[in-house]
Design a protein around this ligand. Structure first.
Ligand code: FAD
Ligand code: NAP
Ligand code: SF4
Length: 670
């Protein structure tokens, strides 16, 4: 057994969990509508079948006031119970166990009926909450208890009380959001009464044989958040009040320190849970950026925690646990912590899915079944689109040949993986390399496919990607004007002062590549916490100290023609991290730029009426991309069906999420 600690059973008294993996709570959007509960049940059943020790659902509100969004998921009325039974039955039928998370949004609720300890608007929502009256507080505690009882009725094995990330319970705990002067505020003891009463009364209502997980904010990461001794005091009270397990919560949603994005080091916050081990004797769950079995095993073996929570990794691969148990870690489709199809979707009010696994939350709709008629299919291009398509086609039983003109698979991911903070992209390439082998795809590397070489196939899939868009600026033929491909793939030398033309995702990534010294801070917890200002000694209130970023490697200007600050179009949950990273490295980000010309002195730009000379050694062009349709055009009239996917289809707004989804969906129906 390669992972003995991961697969050690955990005895909770009335029940023994088969392993130490908790599927952490993750909102999917399916919780919000009764008609989606069959899909939700199928989603969880697949994870239970994959062997996860204990599942926690996305957050369900205990009342209308506690809704995260209008008409969001809620369990408070008797008629809500039936839909939840679909979920619990499906999970139990697969031998799994599932707890329902109770989440009251407080001032994070995105609707006008929101309530909070005090009438203080959050910086991330437009609604000012109403301050709860003392009776309102009592009623809200009752709502939590009622919700837990209904969860028990619905067949859940327990509940998780969401006490972290800045939601209602967390808001009661700190002066930042609790200015009350009654029995629920004023002193630490009074601020802590709210969660303690919830857990106490809940335990009394549900009896002993029901799991209560309490998600404890161990590091608030916001000004005037809790001090460590206050958190320790609360943990002891929660233990006495009757919780079965304590889960770790890191950072409020309004915190300006990233906690789960891909540039956060793996297991970057396990040290916080380790400190809590000295305080309570309940089993502790640690969380954040744990995505591969080796890291999970290391945490458990070193005694930092008793369980590991993974939410997104189980979206990425429902069979994560089974594969680890069977010592097939190489087969795990690893979550790369990009947030692009999960959290970003949730914030855009779309159903969550996964960039590397488009079946996530679409289990009943995107079905990969054996092909009725086996065909010989050529896939051209081993970027994300071609890889997803070829491996899915082969999985279905087709005879697939994958042509790649480069000497390695991966397409643009081979550039992405070199960006500091995007080391996880290596995992996707490792996964696909293994899947090509496992599914028996014939791989032809260093082979540029032509119409001639594709004769004899029944169908052809063109996944030839993109070509970089050239710019037209006087002087752009000079030797110091290079493209992102020259820099990231061919390693051309870059000077100490650099202008980057184009501030899309790739412009930002190139800037991060050029300001950062190797090795990347994402591989070093001590350096990363120092750079972002996280106090690992836990002596500073809320874990906040002054950030100490290391000096940039180069002086960079990042430019775009569109007026306004660059980076507005970056993804919702990660864009701010990229902007903050570059700001810390003193990158000058300019919008509304007209490019006048390049000469011996540098790049001349104009912003409005003002002309400036940027005295740069190197100019890197990151001006977007065009579809590479050369092969597609050659194939016109070839006489067999030709399908075009990924960047070769549409280059505008292309990302790997679309490339992989399009490749998988096409393969599912050929
Ligand atoms: P490509 O990845 O371009 O692959 C096309 C492949 O086809 C290439 O390997 C090429 O060699 C091959 N090919 C072309 N013609 C032929 C031929 N005739 N015969 C054989 N082979 C051929 N996306 C995200 O979603 N998130 C990110 O964080 C992200 N970061 C990025 C960072 C960087 C630095 C870069 C460059 C890209 C990033 N992307 C990111 C974009 C993402 O990589 C692309 O959207 C994705 O790779 C597109 O996939 P594709 O398969 O369509 O094309
Ligand atoms: P992009 O996002 O379209 O950005 C292209 C940039 O070039 C823009 O800033 C654009 O701004 C500028 N530009 C366009 N035409 C120009 C011209 N003729 N001359 C000068 N400047 C020009 O494309 P990208 O950065 O190449 O990224 C490609 C895709 O990869 C994106 O769609 C993105 O989704 C994906 N990607 C995603 C991530 C991620 O983290 N999610 C990271 C990297 C890449 P102006 O027109 O204002 O000058
Ligand atoms: Fe992980 Fe990205 Fe998939 Fe979300 S979309 S589960 S972050 S790989």
């Amino acid at each position: 057994m390669r992972y003995p600690h991961l697969f050690a059973p955990l005895d909770l008294g009335h029940v023994t969990l088969p392993n130490r993996v908790l599927m952490g709570s993750m909102h999917t959007g399916l919780e919000d509508r009764a008609r989606d509960y069959d899909k939700l049940a199928a989603y969880f059943a697949e994870r239970a079948r994959g062997g996860v020790g204990l599942i926690v659902t996305g957050g369900l509100a205990p009342s209308i006031e506690g809704w995260l969004t209008p008409f969001g998921g809620r369990l408070s009325m008797p008629w809500h119970v039936a839909r939840h039974r679909k979920v619990t039955r499906a999970v139990h039928a697969e031998g799994g166990r599932i707890c329902m998370q109770i989440l009251h949004g407080g001032r994070y609720s995105y609707h006008p009926l929101s309530v909070a300890p005090s009438k203080l608007k959050s910086p991330i929502t437009p609604f000012t909450p109403r301050a709860l009256t003392a009776r309102g507080v009592e009623r809200t505690i009752g709502d939590f208890v009622n919700c837990a009882r209904r969860a028990q009725d619905a067949g859940y094995d327990g509940v998780e009380v969401m006490g972290s990330e800045g939601y209602l319970i967390n808001q009661f705990l700190v002066e930042r959001t609790n200015r009350r002067e009654d029995d629920w505020g004023g002193s630490v003891e009074k601020r802590q009464r709210f969660p303690v009463e919830i857990v106490e009364r809940m335990r009394a209502a549900v009896g002993r044989d029901f799991i209560i997980v309490y998600r404890l904010s161990m590091l608030d990461l916001v000004e005037r958040g809790q001090a460590w001794d206050e958190i320790a005091m609360l943990a002891r009270k929660i233990e006495t009040a009757g919780a079965s397990l304590i889960n770790t919560g890191i950072g409020w949603h309004e915190a300006r320190i990233p906690t789960i994005v891909t540039s956060v080091p793996r297991a970057g916050f396990a040290w916080v849970t380790r400190r809590m081990k000295e305080i309570v004797s309940l089993p502790l769950i640690t969380t954040n950026r744990i995505n591969v079995p080796d890291v999970a095993e290391r945490i458990l073996a070193s005694g930092d925690a008793d369980m590991v929570s993974m939410a997104r990794p189980l979206l990425a691969d429902p069979d994560w646990v089974r594969k680890a148990r069977e010592d097939r870690a190489a087969d795990i489709n690893t979550c790369i912590a990009c947030n692009q199809a999960c959290l970003d979707h949730v914030f855009e009010k779309k159903r969550a899915s996964c960039l590397v696994n488009p079946r996530a939350c679409h289990e009943t709709e995107l079905v990969i079944s054996p092909a009725a008629e086996k065909k010989r299919i050529a896939v051209v291009g081993a970027g994300p689109a071609g890889l997803a398509c070829a491996t899915t086609l082969a999985e279905r039983g087709h005879a697939v040949t994958l042509f790649e003109q480069a000497a390695e698979i991966g397409g643009q991911f081979n550039m992405a993986k070199r960006i500091p903070g995007k080391e996880e992209f290596h995992e996707t390439l490792r996964y696909y390399a293994r899947q090509l082998e496992r599914t028996g795809v014939t791989l032809r590397l260093s082979t540029a496919a032509t119409a001639e070489s594709l004769r004899g196939f029944d169908e052809i899939v063109v996944a030839t990607g993109v070509t970089p868009r050239p710019v037209s600026i006087p002087g752009d033929e000079r030797a110091n004007v290079v493209s992102y491909i020259d820099v990231l793939r061919h390693g051309v030398p870059v000077g100490r002062t650099v202008a980057i033309i184009g501030a899309g995702g790739i412009g930002f990534d190139v800037a991060e590549f050029l300001v950062e010294d190797a090795p990347s801070p994402s591989t070093d917890v001590a350096r990363w916490t120092r750079e972002w200002g996280v106090d690992t000694t836990l002596t500073a209130r809320a874990g906040l100290v002054k950030p100490a970023p290391e000096a940039p490697e180069r002086q960079i200007w990042l430019l775009q023609r569109t007026p306004g600050k660059p980076g507005r179009r970056l993804n919702k949950t990660t864009g701010w991290v990229h902007r903050a990273t570059l700001a810390a490295k003193r990158v000058t980000m300019l919008g509304g730029v007209a490019y006048e010309g390049i000469d011996d002195h540098g790049l001349r730009i104009r912003i409005g009426d003002e002309t400036q000379l940027l005295p740069v050694d190197t100019i890197v062009v990151c001006a977007g991309q065009e579809p590479n349709r050369t092969l597609k055009d050659e194939l016109a009239g070839v006489g067999v069906p030709v399908h075009v996917i990924g960047g070769a289809d549409v280059a505008a707004e292309l990302d790997a999420k679309r490339a992989i989804s399009q490749g998988t969906r096409l393969a599912a129906r050929l």
